[in-house]
Design a protein around this ligand. Structure first.
Ligand SMILES: [Zn+2]
Length: 167
């Protein structure tokens, strides 16, 4: 059982163990330094999101490649002819279901990959973290959880409401 961590989110920097002998005196705060630090933090954050997105892209590509292989395998298998036993019918049904589930998963992994690519594009052109719906900055906690988010939480909720109405 893994040790339970505090539910409070801490930055990875803070999570790193600090050795007593490397502890430095805190820097004297000044306005210029503070704004420089803020800028550095923003760049750091962007780099963190970039890293998260690249990692996610790698994972999704692997997942898709694996699924493709699996897909080929299931399609090579001839669908059992359903004449005869009930057991066979169940097998055919399960197989069809598994195949459809696989296709749905693939389309969602594909969709995610596209969103990840778009987010990387937004990092490159400097619009990352800005809601494409209302042009306001997306909450940092939301970006940490969903680095490929293109909508702020308000626009996302609105989109979901519209989608459930359309259904
Ligand atoms: Zn918005």
């Amino acid at each position: 059982m893994p040790q339970k961590r505090s539910s409070k989110p801490t930055s990875s920097r803070r999570a790193r163990p600090v050795r007593a002998r490397t502890v430095r005196k805190p820097p004297t705060p000044s306005k210029a330094a503070a704004s420089k630090r803020a800028k550095e933090r923003a760049t750091d954050r962007l780099e963190t999101y970039n890293r998260l997105l690249l990692e996610e892209r790698r994972r999704l590509r692997e997942e898709l490649a694996e699924m493709e292989q699996h897909q080929v395998k299931t399609e090579e298998k001839p669908v059992a002819d359903a004449s005869g036993y009930d057991d066979d019918l169940v097998d055919v049904a399960t197989e069809t279901f598994e195949r459809e589930k696989g296709l749905a998963l693939e389309s969602s992994a594909q969709g995610l990959l596209e969103m990840v690519e778009e987010a990387l594009q937004r990092i490159r052109n400097g619009t990352y973290g800005i809601c494409v719906g209302c042009n306001t900055p997306i909450d940092a906690n939301r970006l940490r959880a969903i680095p490929y988010a293109r909508l702020c939480i308000k626009c996302k909720e609105r989109e979901e409401r519209l989608r459930s109405v359309a259904r």
